[in-house]
Design a protein around this ligand. Structure first.
Ligand code: C2E
Ligand code: CA
Ligand code: CA
Length: 560
């Protein structure tokens, strides 16, 4: 099979050109050649077509070989270029090569031509595929693989350029952050592939709404950024409205209509900042305000957003802290009031914050619950408690209690996840107590009962926490598969003031239902003694022991 070769031959003599073509044809090429011998012809040929190879004479009456080569290089720096000429002397040949020719062949020695052409074509192909690989890599470094939109790096580069440009011309610009509202449920219920298709559709819709000069970037997950150069507040608001409106219309996925919806936050140059980092952060805060207020879109506003800013910082730190396992457990003993011995411990979350030191649940549990991060956090605590309390010292280990929050009881997967973890750790289910606040159970009793029953059937022990604050109806209480009631510490502490009616009736109620009753927040010997008299089974509080490290609490277990 002859190899097709598009040859540009720069030569004044027809006969010499024929010789070259003949030699190449004999060497196995199917040559399509064009001969030119003036600068104008060469330009026309280069403009009109793409050539595989140029072969040039060195000295021609109307043209010089080196000038021809410069002209070729200007258009196509990579095209193989070979001189085929009469003797020109070594010096000139060296000069020719230095200016970028790939080879120099004497007309009297044409047998060198075919191997030289083969080599140059091969090398040109290599250069080209290397270049393609490089540009593919460069593209990947700057684009999101799923949507092919610019990624955060490219956004930052363009934002930087746009800011320099705006500072020079005095024109404003806007940066927006868009976060989809209903993406997670789509992804969770229809799967990642469906989620990916939704993101692609959103990307295409955004593209259709914006101008050519605007940049749409994917920041990750379901978050996008829009950079609008030369745009003032009114312009930005119009775009944000259009985006929000469009996302309120249903998308179609396999004949199914889905509404994802989105919230947009807007930061402006020069009002809100002059660096990419600051503008993005402020657009993010504004987005957060828009989302939590259900506003569609919002501009950044200094004073209003201070609290939002702090909260957002906390959310981001919380997310990173969970990832980095900055959360540890403090263990507080729970004593059997009849024997005075420790019968179990409660694992309480502590955050070893890199800058603010140890934080207690009051500083982070609410935000973790509101953002859904509590689910990951609980598993960090569960994992730790099972590992460092139960698994590390199986002979000494007493059951450990871990607190659940409201989201877990709505999550039908929780029982299996807990079961898997127990299996993985080789811990028997009776070693785990899960504490659930009374108000949480009562906010959705039916669903709670379903999840709790499955946990109970696995052998996990269950306790109702902060009992007395949640107005349980007795009817539900009887149906709940629980083992323990923990009396809220506010009632226990009122005993010190002589008010013990509530504690007494909770103890009676618990015993009637066949449940163990634990009093929380015991701070004095008087309260302890009175609880013993009332027949309370177990107790927890500073009077006995503060929450401490596994080692401290293990030492206590051994000494009592
Ligand atoms: P809680 O489950 O009622 O935990 C008992 C709280 O009372 C702990 O506060 C403990 O340090 C404190 N305490 C113990 N003895 C006494 C005492 O004698 N007097 C007084 N005044 N307080 C005492 P902590 O560790 O700050 O936890 C507060 C709440 O945070 C917990 O209340 C629990 O609802 C929640 N929490 C703790 N860890 C977790 C967790 O891992 N996940 C979830 N979802 N919530 C957690
Ligand atoms: Ca608790
Ligand atoms: Ca409690």
């Amino acid at each position: 099979m002859a190899i097709p070769l598009r040859l540009l031959i720069i030569e004044d003599s027809d006969a010499d050109a024929e010789l070259v073509i003949h030699e190449l044809t004999r060497g196995g090429y199917s040559v399509t050649a064009e001969r030119v011998h003036t600068s104008d012809d060469l330009k026309a040929a280069l403009d009109r077509d793409k050539w595989d190879l140029a072969i040039a004479d060195f000295t021609m009456p109307q043209f010089s070989g080196t000038a021809a080569m410069t002209q070729v290089r200007d258009i196509d720096p990579e095209m193989p270029f070979i001189f085929v000429s009469g003797t020109i002397g070594e010096d000139l040949a060296v000069t020719a090569m230095k200016t970028g020719a790939h080879d120099y062949i004497m007309k009297g020695n044409l047998k060198r031509l075919v191997p030289a052409v083969a080599r140059e074509l091969r090398e040109a192909a290599n250069r080209q595929s290397r270049k393609r690989a490089e540009s593919r890599l460069a593209h990947m470094a700057y684009h999101d693989a799923l949507t092919d939109l610019p990624n955060r790096s490219l956004l930052f580069e363009r934002l930087h350029q746009a800011l320099v440009e705006s500072a020079r011309t005095g024109e404003p610009l806007a940066l927006m952050v868009l976060d989809l509202d209903g993406f997670k449920p789509v992804n969770d219920s229809l799967g990642h592939l469906a989620g990916d298709r939704v993101l692609k559709q959103v990307a295409a819709q955004l593209r259709s709404l914006l101008r050519e000069v605007d940049t749409i970037a994917r920041l990750g997950g379901d978050e996008f950024a829009l950079l609008l150069p030369r745009t003032n507040g009114d312009g930005a608001a119009a775009v944000a409205r259009a985006v929000v409106d469009r996302l309120r219309r249903p998308l179609t996925l396999d004949h199914q209509a889905l509404v994802v919806g989105g919230s947009v936050g807007i930061a402006q140059f020069p009002q809100h900042g002059d660096t990419p980092e600051v503008l993005l952060q402020k657009a993010d805060i504004a987005m957060y305000v828009a989302k939590s207020g259900n506003l569609g879109y919002a501009f950044y506003a200094e004073d209003r957003d201070h609290a939002a800013h702090q909260r957002l910082t906390l959310i981001n730190e919380l997310r990173a802290g969970i990832e980095a396992r900055e959360f540890v457990c403090a263990y507080q003993p729970i004593l059997d009031l009849r024997t005075g011995r420790i019968m179990s411990v409660e694992a309480l979350a502590r955050w070893k914050h890199p800058a603010r030191g140890f934080l207690t649940p009051r500083d982070f549990v609410d935000v973790a619950e509101q953002t859904g991060l509590i689910e990951a956090l609980t598993f960090v605590i569960l994992d730790r408690a099972l590992t460092e309390w139960v698994e590390a010292e199986p002979r000494l280990a007493l059951p450990v209690a871990v607190n659940l929050s409201v989201r877990h009881l709505r999550d039908p997967e929780l029982p299996d996840q807990v079961g898997d973890l127990l299996k993985r750790k080789g811990v028997s289910p009776e070693m785990l107590v899960l504490e659930i606040t009374e108000s949480v159970i009562m906010s959705d009793p039916r669903r709670s009962i379903a999840v709790l029953s499955r946990l109970h059937a696995m052998g996990v022990k269950l306790a109702i926490d902060d009992f007395g604050t949640g107005y349980s109806s007795l009817g539900y209480l009887q149906q709940l598969p629980v083992d323990e009631l923990k009396i809220d510490r506010s009632f226990v502490q009122r005993m010190a003031l002589g008010d013990e009616a509530i504690v007494r009736s909770i103890i009676d109620l618990a015993h009637n239902l066949g449940l163990i009753v634990v009093a929380e927040g015991i701070e004095s010997v008087t309260v302890r003694d009175r609880l013993v008299e009332l027949g309370c089974d177990a107790a927890q509080g500073m009077f006995f022991a503060e929450p401490g490290s596994p080692e401290t609490v293990r030492a206590l277990v051994q000494s009592t």
